[in-house]
Write a protein that binds this ligand. Structure first.
Ligand SMILES: O=C[C@H](O)COP(=O)(O)O
Length: 230
């Protein structure tokens, strides 16, 4: 069986992450997911406020939350427990993004709570060492992202290839079944292709898609980098 690669698009709170513009990005993601069915899975992570509407409008695209709080439903004003994103229609959540960090014990708790309610977990780590510590919890995916490259357009797979190879190596040693994704500065087909060559099973991107004049063309380009079409 062929490997399926992951194209994960974090909407963050870019202007295109909300309302009508977000739906355009979603439509583009859906088109790419259809075109690459069986070779690339497309995950999108819109803001919490958009999850319900977006989840009900997708067929092939997988919708994740950008973050969940390590709390149970109850008296926690402004918090987002895992049950809330599940109820809204999400299939999983990013955890510990470097713009929304958690302590290691909180990561463990959130991963466990997501598993209990049947949601996937894409947990971010800023170093290979952190990736290995997180892989012990056996999340669905670990994504390694050097924070200093995020949003720069300087791809981790080009500028710091050793971060990718080390993360793949150390995660595989701890939990051989946990796929490693890479992110930070990935903007082109070549960046995505290089990530796969270094052992990654996919990429986590944001600005390249959310700032693109044509999000469909950009996502298709990245998907082609992950899984070139014959
Ligand atoms: O969640 C996405 C990452 O932080 C990468 O962001 P970026 O593609 O804008 O560098």
């Amino acid at each position: 069986m062929r490997d399926v690669y992951i194209l994960a698009v974090n909407f963050k709170v870019y202007p295109s992450a909300f309302g009508r513009r977000a739906l355009e990005v979603v439509k583009a993601a859906e088109r790419v997911a259809r075109e690459f069915e069986g070779t690339v899975s497309v995950i999108i992570a819109p803001p919490h406020t958009e999850i319900a509407r977006i989840s009900s409008s997708v067929e092939r695209v997988i919708v994740y939350a950008q973050h969940v709080d390590p709390v149970e439903p109850g008296a926690h004003t402004g918090s987002v427990p895992v049950e809330a994103v599940k109820e809204a229609g999400a299939r999983g959540s990013l955890v510990n993004h470097s713009e929304r960090k958690l302590r290691l014990d909180e990561i463990e708790r959130v991963v466990e709570r997501l598993k209990v309610v049947g949601l996937e977990q894409l947990v971010c780590a800023d170093t290979p060492r952190a990736a290995a510590a997180i892989a012990v919890f056996e999340p669905t995916y670990v994504a390694v992202e050097p924070p200093e490259l995020i949003g720069t357009g300087i791809a981790v797979s080009r500028a710091k290839p050793e971060v990718v190879t080390k993360a793949v190596e150390s995660v595989t040693r701890v939990s051989p079944n946990v796929p490693v994704l890479v992110g930070a500065g990935i903007v082109s087909r070549e960046d995505a292709r290089r990530s796969v060559e270094l052992g990654a099973r996919g990429v986590l991107v944001a600005s390249a898609v959310m700032k693109a004049a044509d999000p469909y063309a950009k996502m298709r380009e990245l998907a082609e980098g992950l899984a070139p079409r014959r």
